[in-house]
Design a protein. Structure first.
Length: 153
């Protein structure tokens, strides 16, 4: 997107000498985002705790990527391990461990075969556990039980 860190990130890319290999696209239309996801093989979202302690929950972007059949790579951060089981539905590395992240991406690039069942398992997990229709039905059942008994057990 075009968040508050955009200018700092652009300067960092220049300082690292990689500005010619990095694109900052800014906010994009939803259709374009969907197409870019379809064109990708891997989705990388290395979430970290903010300096102020701020945490992400379970990023919707990861769910969307996994539902689209991409290999997801993220961090052991907040609720992300509830979504990604390492080496089962994606890959996780420690927060801020650049070497582990690079190593995982290199392994994925060199081993596409073993990644296919992981991507399929990821898609199934999102469809089963994070599908809005299923979650709404579960919520309706809980509310109905509350109405009948006054408690949920």
């Amino acid at each position: 997107g075009g968040g508050e860190l955009l200018e700092q990130l652009k300067r960092t890319a220049i300082d690292l000498g990689i500005a010619d290999r990095v694109s900052f696209l800014g906010p994009r239309p939803h259709g374009e985002v969907k197409q870019r996801l379809r064109d990708a093989d891997v989705f990388l979202l290395p979430s970290v705790a903010g300096r102020d302690g701020d945490l992400e929950g379970i990023p919707v972007a990861l769910m969307e990527a996994m539902a689209g059949g991409l290999i997801a790579v993220s961090t052991y951060h907040s609720g992300i391990p509830e979504l990604i089981e390492d080496h089962k539905t994606g890959f996780l590395v420690p927060e801020r461990d650049v070497a582990a992240l690079a190593g995982k991406l290199a392994w994925i690039a060199e081993n596409p075969g073993p990644c296919e069942p992981i991507a399929l398992a990821a898609r199934r997990k999102v469809e089963a556990d994070f599908n809005a229709d299923i979650l709404n039905e579960r919520f309706a059942q809980i509310v109905a039980r509350l109405g009948e008994t006054g408690s949920v057990t």
